[in-house]
Design a protein around this ligand. Sequence first.
Ligand code: HMG
Ligand code: MG
Length: 313
Amino acid sequence: MAWTQLPSSVEVVEVGPRDGLQNESTPLAAATKIELVDRLGAAGLRAIEAAAFVSPRWVPQMADGAAVLGGIRRLPGVCYSALVPNERGMEAALAAGVQEVVVFSAASESFAQRNINCSIAESIRRFEPVAQRARAAGVRVRGSVSCALGCPYEGAVAPAAVADVVRRMEQLGCDSVDIADTIGVGTPGAVQAVFEAAAAVLPMARLAGHFHDTYGQALANVLAALELGVRSFHASVAGLGGCPYARGATGNLATEDLLYMLHGLGIATGVDLQAVVDCGEFISRAVGRASTSRAARALLAARAHASAPGASH
Ligand code: HMG
Ligand code: MG
C-alpha cells in the first residue's frame, strides 16, 4: 500500500530538555542542560523546548530556566521555547529571551487541579495576560492540552472536551496547539477522533501531536495523525520524561524512534538521526539511565558491530 497522504517534510519539536528532564529527581547542573540543548540544535532540531518557568516548589528540576536560556548558544533559525504557567513565569521567560511560550491546561478538570492547582477555566483566565504580554513582545504562544486521550484520575476523555479547550486556546491567541497524550493511553483510532474534533476548531496545520509511549502506541499514533494532515510532532531524546503529576506515565516518544520512522517513510525533518543518537548517549549518561529508544539502541549496536575487529565494511 502506498502512503499517498504523507507529506514531504514535517516539524519535529524536541521536548527532552523540558518535558524529559522535569521528571528526573536527581538535580542536573544547568551546564548539562545547556550542553544538551546546544547538541540538539547542532543535530538540526529547529524547535527545542528548553526550560519551564514554573514554581520551583512544584517542579524543582526546572528551577534554573533562566540560567539555561541564558547559557545556550543560540543558532539562527532555531526556536527556543519555554513552559509558562502564569504572569510571573512569563516575566521571567521574557527576561531570559524566550522565543515562544507554552501555556498549558488539560482536557480533564482533575488533572488541571493536580498539575496547576486550578480549574481549566481559571487556567485560561491566567493565560490571558500572558498571551497579551507575548503579543506585545512579539513572542509566539503555543497551547498544550494535557490528557487529551485519557486522564490518570478520570479515565476516558471525550474528544469534545479536548476541542473545547482548543477553542479557548485559539481565542486566547495561541498560534498553535498541542494535543497531548500525557499518559500514553491513546490508540490510532482514538487519536484520529481527537484530531478531527480539534480540527473543527483550529486547522490541522496549527495542531501538533505530543505522544507519550507508555503503552507503546506513540509511533502508530504519529502515523494516524500524519494521515489526517498533522505536520508537527513532539519527541524527547532518549525517550526521557514523564509528568510528575501523572504517576506511571513513561517518557515521550523518543526522538530517535520518530526520526527513524519519518526518514524511512521518505519524510524530511532536517535532523541528523546519528547526531541525535549521540545526544541521547550524552544525556543518558548524565541522568544515569539507559535510553528507552529502540532505534537508538539498534543504531548503537550497529555502530559497535561495524567498529568491531574483523567487521566487514
Ligand atoms: P500554586 O501553589 O497554586 O500558586 O501553584 P502560588 O501562587 O501559591 O505559588 C506557589 C509558590 O510558587 C509561591 O512560592 C510562588 O511565589 C511560586 P512561595 O511563596 O510558596 O515560596 N511561584 C512561582 N515561582 C516561580 N515561577 C513561577 C511561579 N508561580 C508561582 N512562575 C502554579 C500554581 C501554576 C505556579 C504551580 O502549580 C506550578 O508551577 N505548576 C506547574 C507544574 C508543572 O510544571 N507540571 C509539569 C508540566 S505540564 C506537562 O508536563 C504536560 C505537557 O508536557 C503536555 C503533556 O504531556 O500533557 C505540557
Ligand atoms: Mg508531556
